[in-house]
Design a binder for this molecule. Structure first.
Ligand SMILES: C[S@@+](CC[C@H](N)C(=O)[O-])C[C@H]1O[C@@H](n2cnc3c(N)ncnc32)[C@H](O)[C@@H]1O
Length: 342
């Protein structure tokens, strides 16, 4: 059995293939090969019939003498150019999600929301035909766009994919049996609203990854995960990818980059009935003044409770910034201010 869509990724160009044409200035045009059609720019044209039957990676010269390189788009190219109703998960983050959520062949994965289906396609590739991706989207119009995008990429409806229209909170318990889902990936505005249903759906040890756009969402997810007491201590990170310019001796980072896409936060489902082990930590000096029940003076204590935002006041210590000691500051003053001016 060949993997879904693999036939569309190999061999000479065929009718219906999407082809990316790149001109000498690096401008890209995507066409769908149709016998009898022409690819036109303001400077000349190429007939689709010239391209049909040629090997992937061939060049073609248009009627005005401009040369184009023809390649089938990779998944990473496709998601960046496909029609989108909502912002897509960029390939750099999709790669992180597949790797860090440990999406494996045969896995049962729940995803919400579907948006334009960009992440769904990476998940489908990772689980393969023997797995399942059950994707939830509360907007029927977005779900339609996502299904059409995936169909155009795989060449057919992927057998591992189910798209359910509805809010994850109501729809998830209806679609999956409790404790049967291996991995959950949430890309939505308020993932913390879904933690209860996600905890019920996940198998013990299962992974939850949330992709959020802002630090405030990240903080809210982390706090609600701790409050639920059904998950391990979360870990958060962001993936910063910087392209490089490669030209002669000018080998250096590119001037432009995607400075920010989103943050990732991951955690694992504890076995039902297990409470998260207390993280023992000696809180920073700042907690002594804020937390009447001990703080640093009280020594080691439950970090989860000390670190909860509602137990804290805004201070440099609470934000993890170290203050120089009064002694150090006096020494600095002696070093920079002449004695007569002190
Ligand atoms: C940023 S988009 C997802 C993009 C998608 N991951 C992709 O790569 O194309 C967020 C989507 O989540 C949907 N959404 C938000 N909350 C939801 C919920 N509770 N249940 C289902 N869908 C939800 C929104 O309608 C929106 O389409």
């Amino acid at each position: 059995m060949t993997a879904t869509g693999s036939a569309y990724r190999r061999g000479p160009f065929r009718e219906g293939d999407r082809v990316q044409l790149t001109d000498p200035k690096g401008r890209m045009h995507t066409i769908t090969l149709t016998p009898g059609k022409q690819f036109h720019t303001h400077r000349g044209h190429i007939t689709h019939d010239e391209i049909l039957g040629s090997p992937d990676g061939s060049t073609f010269t248009n009627t005005a003498g401009v040369e184009y390189l023809a390649l089938r788009p990779l998944l990473s190219d496709y998601v960046m150019s496909m029609p989108r109703g909502a912002a897509v998960v960029y390939p750099k983050d999709a790669g992180q999600i597949v790797a860090m959520a440990d999406i494996f062949p045969g896995a049962t994965v729940v995803e919400a929301g579907v948006g334009s289906g960009a992440l769904s396609m990476s998940l489908l590739r990772a689980v393969g035909e023997s797995g399942r991706v059950i994707s939830f989207e509360r907007r029927a119009d977005f779900a339609e766009i996502a299904v059409a995008n995936a169909r155009a990429f795989f060449g057919e409806d992927h057998p591992a994919w189910t798209v359910a229209v509805g809010d994850l909170v109501e729809a998830l318990p209806q679609e999956v049996e409790a404790g049967t889902v291996d991995r959950v990936v949430l890309d939505m505005l308020a993932p913390w609203e879904c933690l209860e249903v996600v905890a019920d759906a996940l198998a013990p040890g299962g992974v939850l990854i949330c992709y959020v756009a802002t630090a405030t969402q990240l903080s809210k997810v982390a706090e609600e995960l701790r409050v639920s007491e059904q998950f391990t201590e979360p870990e958060a990170w962001e993936a910063i990818v910087r392209g490089w310019h490669l030209e002669g001796l000018a080998v250096r980072p590119q001037h432009r980059m995607h400075g920010h896409t989103g943050f990732l936060i991951s955690t694992r489902r504890l076995a039902p009935g297990t409470t998260p082990p207390l993280r023992k930590r000696r809180p920073g000096r700042g907690y002594a003044e804020q937390d009447g029940e001990g703080g640093a003076a009280g020594g080691v204590q439950d970090a989860a409770s000390v670190l909860r935002p509602e137990h804290q006041e805004w201070s440099q210590e609470a934000l993890g910034e170290r203050q120089a000691s009064p002694k150090k500051i006096r020494k600095l003053v002696r070093g920079v201010v002449p004695p007569q001016e002190r």
